[in-house]
Design a protein around this ligand. Structure first.
Ligand SMILES: Cc1cc2nc3c(=O)[nH]c(=O)nc-3n(C[C@H](O)[C@H](O)[C@H](O)COP(=O)(O)O)c2cc1C
Ligand code: SF4
Length: 365
């Protein structure tokens, strides 16, 4: 029988348990994306409370592209010293830390009109209605190099790995999507072509950081709308990512704000679940490929997670909002208090003064 509190390998990282803090943008950096005392405290608390692997909030790879206020930056070398301090703090508590990197794109309302926002094609983003600039080949190369340079900085800063954000309708997700990607060149059309941008980013990142550095990719199970990326396509992408050497895949979906109302609905033949929204999808992927599969979304109950661990090949379980509501949840569960997480999944955790649980008031002073 597998247990949640056992030392487990994720790529080249040895993790003390199977819990991840999934990437959570805190909205607490300076304007330029530099860390603040509040952020050091948040990460110290997560590490202290025994989260096996912490994934940072998404960090921007080019200065001019910031999909949200208060997100971490990794767009130049000035960040390395402060992230060294951060990774040291986390490692002192035997926790591990990976930085998530993203190019946001058109799923944003932040600073519109003041910058160029790239997209695969001129297709309005479904929630914001923002239309981006269809990328020329030079723009594509610029972003690929920016991901790779960010990866090198992440490695130099002492992080245990990098997570490339390929989900949630951000730029990479849009390239994968037949709805957003209407290109007729080698980056559009067939799935092989739509995958090319992600694979080129991965290859360039790998070239920069070497074979031993752990690379995760976060992918959407399906786009959950007619005409979008389907689960069958995601399965093929996962197979390809395994083949090229990606260390692990995190399965998600762009629905956490409205997931509660979607529970029970069937997409691409599988049902969104109340506890672990995407487990039906992650389960299938975990049976088809051999690298570790992580899934995130809606987990509250440790007994259910443990059952899943033993009934599927899913290896790691991500938590975001439950750790905003209870930063010491993992410690509590480990101590034997197995009551469900108190988080209500109401998504009232985004405020202009920072993202924290406004229901149980966990704001760091
Ligand atoms: C405040 C907030 C910020 C988030 N920031 C990120 C992020 O930076 N990158 C990311 O991939 N997902 C982000 N997410 C999504 C979470 O990682 C997670 O996939 C989602 O909340 C569902 O998991 P949960 O039910 O455990 O919260 C964020 C979610 C919240 C609530
Ligand atoms: S505001 Fe709601 S969803 Fe967010 S952490 Fe608190 S209880 Fe959970």
């Amino acid at each position: 029988m597998k247990t949640l509190f056992e030392q487990t390998k994720l790529g080249n990282i040895s993790v003390q348990n199977r819990f991840l803090r999934s990437a959570t943008w805190e909205n607490m950096t300076t304007e330029d994306g530099q860390l603040t005392d509040k952020l050091y405290k948040i990460y110290e608390n997560l590490a202290k409370s025994g989260v096996g692997l912490i994934i940072t909030g998404y960090a921007n790879i080019v200065k001019e592209e910031q999909p949200n206020h208060g997100m971490m930056g990794i767009y130049d070398d000035s960040f390395i010293d402060e992230y060294k301090k951060l990774t040291n703090i986390v490692h002192n508590y035997n926790s591990k830390i990976i930085m998530q990197v993203a190019y946001g794109g058109t799923k944003t309302k932040f600073n519109l009109g003041k910058r160029i926002i790239y997209a695969p094609s001129e297709v309005a983003e479904r929630s914001t209605n923002v239309v981006g600039k269809a990328m020329a080949k030079e723009d594509i190369n610029y972003i690929i190099n920016a991901f790779a340079n960010a990866a090198k900085r992440i490695q130099e800063s002492g992080f245990d790995g990098i997570e490339i954000h390929g989900a949630h309708t951000y730029l990479i997700n849009q390239f994968l999507s037949p709805y957003y990607n209407r290109r007729t060149d080698e980056y559009g059309g067939s799935l092989d072509n739509r995958m090319r941008f992600l694979l080129e980013i991965y290859n360039k990142v790998r070239e920069k950081v070497g074979d031993k550095f752990t690379i995760l990719i976060k992918l959407t199970a399906s786009e959950f709308f007619q005409g979008g990326l389907t689960f069958d396509e995601t399965k093929l992408i996962c197979k390809k990512l395994e083949e090229v050497g990606v260390d692990a895949i995190e399965i998600t979906g762009n629905i956490h704000g409205k997931a509660k109302s979607m529970v029970g609905e069937v997409f691409d033949g599988y049902r969104i679940q109340e506890e672990g929204y995407f487990i039906e999808y992650a389960k299938i992927i975990s049976n088809e490929i051999n690298i570790p599969i992580i899934t995130v979304g809606g987990f509250k109950n440790i007994d259910k997670i443990e059952k899943l661990l033993n009934e599927t090949n899913i290896d790691f379980f991500g938590l975001s909002r439950p750790l905003l509501a209870e930063p010491d949840l993992i410690k509590r569960w480990k101590s034997g208090d197995r009551k469900a997480a108190i988080c209500l999944s109401c998504s009232k955790c985004r405020t202009s003064k920072g993202n924290y649980c406004t229901i149980f008031n966990t704001c760091i002073k």
